[in-house]
Every structure is written in structure tokens, then in C-alpha cells.
Design a binder for this molecule. Sequence first.
Ligand code: LER
Ligand code: MN
Length: 276
Amino acid sequence: MSFSFQTGLALSPRPTAFGPVLFTGRLEEGLQTLHENGFKYVELSLRKVDDIDPKVLKDWLEKYDQRVSALATGQACLFDSLCLCSPDDALRRNAVDHIKNMVLLSKELKANRVIIGGVRGRLAGTPDQQLRQYKCGVDSIRQCAQWAQEQGGTILIEAINRYEANWILTAREGIDLINELKIPSLKLLLDTFHMNIEEASLKQAFLDAGSRLGYVHLADNTRRAPGQGNTNFDEILKTLNDIGYQGPVISEILPLPDDRVAVENTALFWKKYLQK
Ligand code: LER
Ligand code: MN
């Protein structure tokens, strides 16, 4: 098979308890390892905008021939309560401002993509309270997407499984929101790890997404490197080709058995595929 995807892996510049990111707190070593294994794209999971110094990062990106595929933002909700559906008006406004600043940073880094996944937060309380939080959360996403639209960037709505989130779990829910908001900068991110829990058919979910698909997280059902589990990647990659997808395909995986081997296993996966 032949592909024209932008392949890479997700790293976190700061040490973090958030699991599926590699080389946490060891950014330069991570970038060097991606380079040594033939990857050209890196996703950065940031808790705060100043987790990185753009000048230092740009030097390392050049040194190791890497490009930033997107900025991921879930750590801000997990650790700083900056969640887009927060019932606290001030926290919610701060969360929106935080994402807007991430959009500016991603523009400066020429990534022009910001992921809205875990940063949505969880709906809590009575059904009425949850409905209000849902409406506030959607309004927050609208504000972020309008800002990204003005800045020439893209906001990626990630469907996340039921054990980590409680709204927008499936591709269908993400597609419905994108159709409702009608903002061109809003695209869908599908993560095969979450899909293995939530989707009846991964193939059908990608087909349904079609041109609304803006980004892919590629992990096996074990959340290890693709190939380290039982996911049918033949079918997934063929479907991505069939819908004309040519964007980032980034492995957001656990550092198992360790960071370096996780990268090596991902490289081995792509090598085997390209030989097929
Ligand atoms: C983030 O990309 C993700 O996949 C989630 O597990 C984060 O909550
Ligand atoms: Mn993901």
C-alpha cells in the first residue's frame, strides 16, 4: 500500500501524569528519537502555553527535521480545572482564553491546529445542570472555532471514550456538532483507541467523517503502538485512502515497554505497511 499521511508521535514537554504521551519532560531526546526513526511530525501536549520556549523549540525542530502537527490541550482541564463546560463562569472563560492563546501559539509554530479533547471537561450534577453545562460547552467550542477561523487555524474536536469523557464519545456526535456549528475551521479528530471502545464499525465511522476528518490518532486497542494489539489497520488505512485523507496520523500511545521502544515499534509498523 502507499500512503501520503503525515506520520509522527505525541510528546509532552513537561513531566505529566497524563498517560499516552512519550518522553515527558525530555523533549529534545524525544525529538531526536523521532528523527532517528524516520518521523517528521510531532504533536505536543501542553498544560500551559509557556510549557515551551518557541525560540528553543524552533531550533530543535530544525535540528531534528520535525514539524509540529498540532497542540493538544487536555492537561489544562485535568490539572488546572480549565474545562470548556465548567459550571464556573470564570473558569470557563479562562479555559476559552487559554485555547485562544493555544491557537496563537500553534500559528507561531506553523502547526495551525489545536485539539479540543479532554479540555471539554465532564458534565456533572442533575440532568438540568448537565444540560446547562453542555450548552455552555458548545458555546465555548463555538468561540474557539470562530477565533481559529479568524487566525487561519483549525480546531479539532476529538471523540473520547466513555471512561474518560461524557459528551462527544463517538464520530457521529462529533459530526453532528460540526454540522450544527457550521464553522469551516472545526474538524473531527478520530482516535482509534477510543473508537475501539465506542464505534460499532471503525470503517463506517471514518466513512461517515469523510471530508470533516482533520486529524487521526493511531494507537492499537492496547493503547500501545499500532501493531501491538488486535486492531485491523489494513481496513483503517485503506478507508483513510478511500476518503482522500492526507493529514496527520499521529500515534498518541503509552510509553510501553518504554518510550524509545514505543517509537521503534511505531516505525516498524509503518515500514511493514509500506512494504505491503
Ligand atoms: C487525547 O488525545 C486523548 O485521546 C484522551 O485520552 C485524552 O483524554
Ligand atoms: Mn487521542
